[in-house]
Design a protein around this ligand. Structure first.
Ligand code: HEC
Ligand code: HEC
Length: 149
């Protein structure tokens, strides 16, 4: 009986000790504003597209180049890939776009496809378009100087 009372007291004491941490979640101000953790926030409207521009300098050798144009109406689905109407090896000359890299034809097993490999088909997995907005969090990242290769 005595033991039961003790363990009950321990549990209650733990509860009291931990309660500030539980309550701390309420009213936290984060990048989502004062929205409660369990609630959905309204995403900010991003509509200031970077307009068609020159290629953006890369910060490191393996970087997928950033996209210097808007892409909001470009469809990519099983049958059609709008990006390839300009960036494929058959269309790049007429459109004035860079052709997709040679690496985009390599399959997972090392074989080379005639068409863009499945794992490179969904371009926006790696290439990201840009908006004209001030960064929410400052960043003073500086790339190392690229060696000429
Ligand atoms: C109407 C033609 C057109 C379409 C469609 C298009 N692009 Fe482009 N893209 C261009 C042109 C022109 C440039 C600027 C010249 C260049 O660097 O290729 C460019 C640049 C780029 C670059 C920068 C290349 C570099 O070397 O820095 C990337 C990455 C890119 N586009 C990806 C995409 C993706 C992903 C899509 C589909 C969501 C897409 N593009 C659709 C014409 C197009
Ligand atoms: C898995 C990531 C990934 C996907 C998916 C992908 N790319 Fe890339 N892309 C890269 C990387 C990394 C580079 C830079 C190195 C290289 O050329 O392989 C690159 C380079 C490029 C370049 C510049 C090539 C050059 O010679 O400078 C273009 C243009 C491009 N990609 C377009 C596309 C398009 C269009 C698609 C969709 C059909 C696509 N990429 C899908 C990762 C990706």
């Amino acid at each position: 009986m005595m033991q039961k009372v003790f363990s009950l007291l321990t549990v209650m004491l733990l509860g009291v000790l931990l309660s500030p941490f539980v309550n701390a979640a309420e009213g936290v101000q984060s990048l989502r504003g004062g929205v409660e953790i369990a609630d959905d926030s309204v995403p900010p409207k991003l509509d200031k597209w970077r307009h068609d521009d020159e290629p953006i300098a890369r910060d490191y050798v393996q970087q997928p180049p950033l996209i210097p144009h808007r892409v909001d109406r470009y469809v990519i689905n099983k049958k059609f890939n709008k990006c390839l109407t300009c960036h494929s090896w058959s269309n790049y000359k007429a459109s004035g776009a860079t052709k997709v890299g040679q690496s985009h034809f390599l399959e997972h097993d090392g074989s080379e496809s005639a068409n863009v490999a499945g794992r490179r088909y969904f371009c926006l997995q790696c290439h990201v378009p840009q908006m004209q907005v001030d960064p929410i969090v400052g960043n003073d990242f500086k790339p190392i100087k690229l060696l000429d290769r």
